[in-house]
Design a protein around this ligand. Structure first.
Ligand code: SD4
Length: 291
């Protein structure tokens, strides 16, 4: 069975390389996703994930993360978690539980502490400066606070044919305390079925979740569509529907991988992503809106 992996944005690249390596050595798709995403979470210069992520309106870094095992449909997620080094690892651990597998806020942070996950202040000096500058701009120039946001999402296929998906984000810059987006919500920001494929999303969570887009992409792949056709059919008509019926649509970028290791992407903004498989080393690619 071929291994393959796809991840959102340029920031996915180094982690994805490590994830592919891990699967080449026989590790599982779940291990690959966790390795890849923790690599992104640990890097201080990605402003929207993990350490160095931009804070909410109160200056606190609140993160969302999720993990799904495509063999068993086990899902774990955290939302609004703070002071934890690797939220995706907490989400993965939660996926092993049948009850209480999606925790928010202080409950999520307490669970992480009780279960031995490394605690860390995720606010860097750089993120603090960006936050203070934006706060001034909001007050003096009337700029929208909600400009910066990105999620790292990874979908992987291992030698056994098992698939997994994970996400991690500090969410919308300057979000209200307690706000969560699609990245923690199964079917919206991520979904995976090893017999079909998986999908992950990045963009404006408030709009992505209106379309349950990751579930829809996997469902469409299940009808026999390629990942690219499934992404196209799920994303673009929905963006048009939103514009017509809701008046506007935020940014949407979706990635998908099927059980054969084929991938697809749909986006309404310029979008970079990383992809690789058994024979093609990880590389960064760019997709233009609607292409
Ligand atoms: C959210 N979807 O919290 C995330 C953020 C993101 O590109 O991916 N932005 O809404």
């Amino acid at each position: 069975m071929a291994i393959a992996m796809i991840g959102t944005w340029r920031m996915a690249y180094e982690g994805l390389e490590k994830g592919l390596e891990a699967m080449k050595k026989g590790q599982s798709s779940g291990d690959a996703v966790e390795t890849a995403i923790t690599t992104v979470e640990d890097y201080p210069y990605f402003k929207s994930v993990g350490y160095g992520g931009l804070p909410n309106a109160n200056g606190l870094v609140e993160m969302d993360a999720a993990f799904m095992d495509g063999d068993t449909f086990a899902v774990g997620a955290v939302a609004g978690i703070s002071d934890v080094k690797n939220p995706v690892s907490v989400a993965r651990k939660l996926s092993h539980d049948h009850f209480n597998s999606f925790l928010v806020g202080t409950g999520a942070s307490e669970y992480a502490a009780l279960n031995g996950f490394e605690r860390k202040s995720m606010l860097t000096e750089r993120a603090q400066k960006i936050w203070a500058k934006r706060k001034r701009e909001i007050e003096t120039k009337g700029l929208s606070p909600y400009d910066g946001h990105d999620t790292v999402g990874m979908v992987s296929l291992d030698q056994q044919g098992s698939m997994s998906v994970g996400t991690s984000t500090s969410g919308l810059f300057m979000k209200k305390p307690g706000r969560t987006g699609d990245s923690a919500l199964v079917g919206d920001g991520y979904y995976c079925d090893s017999e079909i494929g998986g999908a992950a999303a990045t963009g404006l969570g408030e709009d992505i979740m209106k379309g349950c887009l990751c579930y829809e992409i996997v469902r469409l792949m299940g009808t026999g569509l390629s990942p690219q056709a499934a992404c196209d059919q799920a994303v673009y008509p929905f963006v048009e529907k939103l514009k017509k019926r809701y008046g506007k649509a935020g940014e949407f970028s979706l990635i998908a991988l099927n059980k054969a290791g084929e991938w697809g992407v749909a986006t309404n903004v310029e979008f970079t992503f990383a992809v690789g498989d058994e024979t093609h080393p990880a590389k960064v690619m760019m997709a233009n809106p609607g292409e």
